[in-house]
Design a protein around this ligand. Structure first.
Ligand code: FES
Ligand SMILES: [Fe+2]
Length: 611
């Protein structure tokens, strides 16, 4: 099925053929194509089998005529819409109206359409009726999109997006038809229509033409310069998108929680907060690391209170004293007899998935997707010599709350084009050799500390004090190496230490930035001096980046947020955006969909991308 919907055929009482075709549609809906018989059609039409045989000699003839009738309805509806107005936006809106007309987009017609679509792979006579018409209609919709992109004076690069966006529109309509067949009792065609109009409003260069009093939300911003390469400004300010990011990304992807050395002894724990979720990681009495929601099963208190600590042999909730063993089982409940029927064995802490990679601890809220080991396999060899798993914490985690969107934090971090201009100390440290690259889909950045004189004190001292770390291969002994771990973390390796930093969104313009560093156990004063000096350089760099990110956040609120001006050496920014769009396709929209339709639209776009 494609962009078009059937119009109602005239239903003349005396038109037996039409009556039988309608009965056929109903039987296909109820029993499926393969179980249809002429007798069932006769029964449905309340006619005798001999009358059916009089009009249709075979079942095949009846099916083919039914398909042609539905297909012609469909095509006629599209023709009618295109004949109404030469204006492409009006035509698109009218198409939505026609295709999702509740009289026409019926479960029965949808079932017929999909049944024949399925069969058409194997049947040449069906292909003519189903696929050729579908392609012809799709072509007309693509032409409308291309015209609108051209009329908006879009760049050549953006013109290339017209066809895929048109196909997504097509798929969106299909998804409503499919839902109408599968969920006939709950489908809300008015809401689905709004989702489709929202989609058009969001992806068309100049939005939808609302001048004739449509009920579309007039607050949707229309910006001429928005593009489809980088994320649009709304993606950094939308509350509804923030919610979607938390559910689609941060609950589903692996989150970095810490390092083995943070929880090295029995009863050691650390905690992490991701959006509204609270996590605890604890080492149990069998030395196994476990992760749980840090939510007491009684009334929801935090079970362990601090960001890191040791809870001894049990975890005791500070509120009423419920006590959990280190493997999460509920062990004791004060005054248990006062609960009417509390099943202690069923009230253990709720576990989370946990995986350790190279000493780093990752947790995940929802199962599914690849293990960390597979996702990071491509860089495993590259980092092996650093012996990250043997390292120990060099101090507490650093946590700061910042007033910008988490993606801007990574937009700045994902390219080194700004290093010469924005980071004079880093430029002196390794700027001459700095480069960004990818290993598979993992962004990797490298800079080799040179021996040129430096004016920044920390840099000059670091260059002269950095010891030769014999356990590293020669080429790594003066290398600063960073890997981007999608979606929100960076792990880095310097000769004298390693560490991570990551962003945790708290709202569309609020982010918590957490960082922590680790080193191999050592008493060397040179190594400690180098660790201190690289920390100073990083602090300086962080402050400089902080200002840049804030300015980007400000820019998202201006009326001239620029897009798609990336140099080749900023490819990391675009790759990050593309990965985000794959996970949350609604981010492809140029303009913000309405908050109410954001999730529905995203689900439909995801389903159409998968199908
Ligand atoms: S909330 Fe934990 S014991 Fe009551
Ligand atoms: Fe930077």
């Amino acid at each position: 099925m494609s962009s078009g919907a059937p119009v109602r055929m005239p239903r003349l009482n005396i038109d037996r053929r039409t009556q039988l075709i309608e009965a056929t549609i109903d039987v296909i809906y109820k029993d499926g194509l393969s179980r249809l018989t002429l007798a069932k059609v006769a029964q449905q039409a309340r006619l005798s089998t001999s009358i059916v045989n009089f009009y249709f000699k075979t079942k095949e003839q009846l099916l083919l005529e039914t398909l042609n009738a539905v297909s012609q309805e469909y095509e006629a509806a599209v023709d009618q819409v295109f004949a109404q107005s030469p204006d492409p936006t009006r035509t698109l809106r009218a198409l939505v109206d026609a295709m999702l007309d509740p009289v026409l987009c019926t479960p029965a017609r949808a079932a017929v359409w999909f049944a024949f679509m399925g069969e058409s792979q194997a049947r040449g006579d069906y292909i003519g009726a189903v696929r050729i018409r579908e392609l012809a209609i799709r072509q007309r919709v693509e032409t409308l999109f291309t015209t609108l992109f051209q009329e908006a004076g879009d760049t050549k690069a953006n013109l290339g997006h017209a066809a895929p966006l048109a196909r997504a529109f097509d798929a969106l309509i299909d998804s409503v038809w499919e839902q109408s067949m599968l969920e006939p009792d709950t489908i809300d065609l008015a809401a689905a229509k709004k989702t489709c109009l929202d989609y058009l409003q969001s992806v068309l260069p100049l939005g939808l033409d609302m001048s004739d009093g449509s009920d579309q939300d007039a607050s949707i911003p229309i910006a001429e310069s928005a593009g489809t390469g980088m994320l649009s400004a709304w993606a950094y300010t939308s509350n509804a998108l923030h919610e979607l990011e938390m559910s689609e990304l941060f609950r589903r992807e692996w989150m970095l929680a810490g390092h083995l050395s943070d929880v090295s002894k029995q009863g050691d724990y650390l905690t992490l907060e991701v959006g509204s979720e609270r996590v605890l990681v604890v080492r149990d009495d069998k030395e196994t690391l476990r992760a749980f929601h840090n939510v007491c099963r009684h009334r929801g208190s935090r079970v362990v209170p601090k960001s890191q600590g040791n809870c001894g042999h049990v975890m005791r909730c500070p509120f009423h004293g419920w006590t959990y063993s280190l493997d999460g089982r509920l062990k004791s409940v004060p005054r248990l007899q006062t609960f009417e029927s509390l099943e202690v064995s069923e009230h253990g802490l709720v576990p989370l998935e946990l995986e350790v990679w190279q000493g780093l601890i990752f947790i995940r809220f929802e199962s599914g997707g690849e293990p960390v080991a597979k996702l990071l396999h491509a860089i495993e060899e590259r980092v092996a010599s650093y012996r990250l798993a043997d390292m120990v914490s060099l101090g507490e985690a650093s946590v700061s709350e910042v007033g910008y969107n988490w993606k801007f934090f990574h937009d700045v971090d994902n390219e080194g084009y700004h290093v010469p201009s924005a980071h004079p100390a880093l430029q002196e440290l390794y700027g001459r050799s700095y480069r960004d690259d990818f290993i598979g889909d993992i962004p990797v950045s490298t800079g080799t500390v040179d021996d040129q004189p430096a004016s920044a004190w920390s840099v000059a001292r670091y260059k002269s004090l950095l010891p030769d770390m014999a356990h590293l291969p020669k080429e790594a002994r003066r290398l600063w190496l960073y890997f981007g771990i999608f979606p929100n973390a960076i792990i880095y390796f310097y000769p004298e230490k390693a560490g991570y930093y990551m962003s945790l969104p708290c709202g569309p313009d609020q982010t918590r930035v957490v960082s922590r560093e680790y080193g191999l156990p050592s008493n060397s004063r040179e190594i400690r001096a180098a660790q201190y000096l690289s920390g100073r350089i990083d602090t300086l760099t962080g402050r400089e980046d902080d200002a840049l990110v804030r300015w980007l956040q400000e820019a998202a609120g201006t009326s001239v947020f620029p897009l798609n001006n990336l140099a080749d050496i900023e490819a990391g920014v675009l790759q990050f955006h593309q990965r985000l769009k794959e996970k949350i396709p609604v981010m492809n929209c140029r303009h913000a969909p309405t908050a109410e339709s954001m999730m529905d639209l995203n689900d439909r776009l995801k389903a159409s991308a998968a199908g």
